[in-house]
Design a protein around this ligand. Structure first.
Ligand code: ATP
Ligand code: ATP
Ligand code: MG
Ligand code: MG
Ligand code: MG
Ligand code: MG
Length: 257
């Protein structure tokens, strides 16, 4: 209630520092699972990629975008998701810790809330933890490079993990031997091992694994009861490339605002 008189303790509020983000700047909040190497093991994630887990991550990210309408695009891979707020975003007066903690907390609770829709158990064995951070990007170029960085990371890790697990699960190597085999190899070498030893063409692996997941908010047609359609702002999910120009041409509204 707002009718409380100020107590003599009130001054301690002055110890809180102003952490408002610079105006007119892209705000990115990234969440990442804590110790998910272990969490994925103890919950029987398929190696190298558990599709259920990736879909649960994107379900949780959609819950965040439903709540925070100023998030225009999000990108996820492995145990992480990045949320890009429009440059003009005003949520929580752009207070950095408010943004990071609210996004991170909603993401984590949605991950647990929706768990049973993706896994054959009512809830995880122990409460999962995600960290969250806020990073500012002053130019469109910087923001695009940020997303390219995360997608390049997805590619590098997935090529390594796909080859590593092929050597272990199909090639009969121990994890230590597989690690030794891959030491110092370049992308081309890993592609070659996959193809010549296991008949796997890396480029035909699912895009969900190679590219990660993009959630973009844009207007599009939704069906009406009368059979027609109406344009409405919605979240579109894809496993597309963010590094080239095509995505940004198809979604020019993201940059021209
Ligand atoms: P904000 O998002 O700004 O924090 P808020 O609605 O959470 O908004 P608070 O000032 O944090 O506002 O107050 C929390 C409110 O939640 C209380 O005013 C009360 O109405 C309700 N509430 C919290 N805990 C309890 C409880 N144990 N029993 C009954 N009501 C509670
Ligand atoms: P930290 O707390 O420092 O983030 P971490 O163990 O979570 O440590 P990350 O670098 O974040 O390390 O890597 C996440 C790990 O979680 C991956 O290396 C992989 O082992 C596992 N993992 C995450 N998502 C999946 C998935 N969908 N399928 C299989 N394994 C996954
Ligand atoms: Mg990490
Ligand atoms: Mg992690
Ligand atoms: Mg990670
Ligand atoms: Mg409250």
């Amino acid at each position: 209630a707002g009718n409380m008189a100020k107590s003599k303790f009130e001054y301690v509020r002055q110890f809180e520092l102003d952490d408002r983000c610079l105006p007119n700047t892209w705000i990115v909040v990234r969440v990442d699972g804590k110790g998910f190497h272990k969490f994925s093991d103890s919950h029987g994630y398929a190696k190298p990629n558990d599709e259920r887990a990736l879909r649960l991550m994107s379900r949780s990210a959609s819950a965040v975008m439903d709540e925070f309408k100023e998030i225009c695009v999000a990108y996820g891979q492995s145990d992480e998701y990045s949320f890009v707020f429009r440059k003009e975003a005003q949520a929580y007066s752009r207070r950095s810790s408010k943004l990071a903690t609210n996004v991170c907390s909603l993401f984590t609770s949605a991950f647990v809330y929706h768990w049973s829709e993706y896994f054959d158990s009512a809830k995880p064995q122990y409460p999962p933890v995600f960290d969250g951070r806020t990073v500012l990007y002053p130019s469109d170029h910087n923001m695009r490079d940020y997303l390219s960085w995360r997608q390049a990371d997805c590619h590098i890790n997935n090529l390594y993990n796909t080859t590593f697990w092929a050597l272990v699960l199909k090639g009969g190597l121990t994890p230590h031997e597989a690690e030794e085999r891959l030491k110092g190899t370049l992308s081309g070498d890993k592609n070659e091992i996959l193809f010549s030893q296991f008949g796997v063409n890396y480029n035909t692996e699912p895009e969900l694994y190679r590219k990660g997941t993009v959630l973009v908010r844009r207007r599009g047609p939704v069906p009406l009861p009368n059979g027609g359609t109406r344009d409405k702002s919605q979240i579109f999910q894809s496993n597309t490339d963010l590094i080239g120009e095509d995505f940004w041409k198809e979604n020019s509204h993201l940059l021209n605002s």
